[in-house]
Design a protein around this ligand. Structure first.
Ligand code: GDP
Length: 304
């Protein structure tokens, strides 16, 4: 239900677009497919993805000699489900945890405002509810208020937060958190990081150093490096993802603010063009507004 509500905007937009589009066309000709491609691009599925869907549909319509509007509409939905309704080859949507008794570490990266802190708070709540011992690391020592915001979440979900002085070395904070987690035999450390993409070299060095510190303490960790992207920024999110993927090895995407986005199509673009699995989706600002990404539910959800 939460998933459905969160997707309401995308759905109404996607469905409405599709209906408007179907209302317009008279025959299934070249103009029809051009129009379909444009409709998909407007829904933010991305250029390559729109082309792929349209091309495949064109072949199929020809092959099956489909002419009726509702049959074509059905074929469009079926094609989307077929292409995106299940995890693709090598697309691993699951979160990974430590395989022995040592703590798991998740590193969160992404530009300011994407929703890193909020996602960490929500996940901390989820793991806490599962009876896991969670520690948060305030690795964004740069942005004013970032540490305080994480501390606030820590209080809300009853999870300790390791912090450092303003503008101190984030790697030192992360070291403290990981060290503490080992000592306490905690289950999981969630690490917040700064998101200044403007200074790429610095950011890259900072993230590399943080990773080194983690791996030195826990050779298996970090189990996840999650790139947090704001769905409402549409194609911008896609470009950010490309930039981040260049600087650090990302293991998965958290797509936030799907509740506020009319452009859920961005999920398809990310999966198709970046070959990075979407692992979690943010569906609101509250602690329960986080869901595992389910490709099947997602695609059906767009059309329901
Ligand atoms: P950070 O700078 O990456 O740590 O971003 P924040 O976690 O501070 O989030 C920025 C803003 O986005 C805050 O006002 C959050 O409440 C809001 N936000 C984060 N995730 C979601 C989401 O899934 N849905 C909605 N509607 N708002 C969100």
């Amino acid at each position: 239900a939460q998933y459905d509500e969160g997707l309401a905007k995308s759905r109404s937009s996607f469905g409405a677009r599709l209906n408007r589009f179907l209302a317009r066309f008279r025959s299934v000709d070249d103009a029809f497919f051009d129009d379909l491609e444009e409709t998909l691009i407007e829904a933010d599925v991305g250029f390559e993805t729109a082309m792929q869907i349209t091309d495949q549909l064109r072949d199929e319509v020809k092959l099956r000699n489909v002419k009726k509007k509702d049959e074509v509409a059905k074929a469009i939905v079926a094609k989307m489900v077929d292409l995106y309704g299940e995890a693709g080859e090598g697309e691993d949507n699951a979160l990974h945890f430590s395989t022995d008794k040592t703590p798991t570490v998740f590193l969160f990266v992404g530009v300011n405002g994407a929703g890193k802190t909020t996602t960490i708070g929500k996940l901390a709540h989820r793991f806490q509810e599962q009876g896991k011992q969670v520690i948060l690391a305030a690795g964004d020592t740069f942005r004013a208020g970032a540490t305080e915001q994480l501390v606030e979440w820590g209080k809300r979900v009853h999870v300790p937060v390791v912090t450092g002085p303003k503008e101190s070395d984030p790697a030192a904070v992360v070291y403290d958190a990981v060290h503490h987690a080992k000592e306490q035999q905690a289950d999981i450390v969630l690490v917040d990081t700064a998101g200044r993409l403007q200074n790429k070299v610095n950011l890259m060095n900072e993230l590399a150093k943080i990773k080194r510190v983690i791996t030195r303490e826990l050779p298996e960790a970090p189990q996840e490096v999650l790139l947090v992207l704001d769905a409402t920024t549409g194609q911008n999110a896609l470009n950010q993802a490309k930039e981040f993927a260049k600087t650090t090895k990302v293991t998965g995407i958290v797509l936030t603010k799907l509740d506020g986005s009319a452009k859920g199509g961005i999920v398809l673009a990310i999966r198709n063009e970046l070959h990075l699995p979407v692992k979690l989706v943010g569906l609101g600002e509250k602690m329960n507004d986080l869901a595992d990404f389910d490709p099947n539910k997602f695609v059906y959800g767009l059309f329901k």
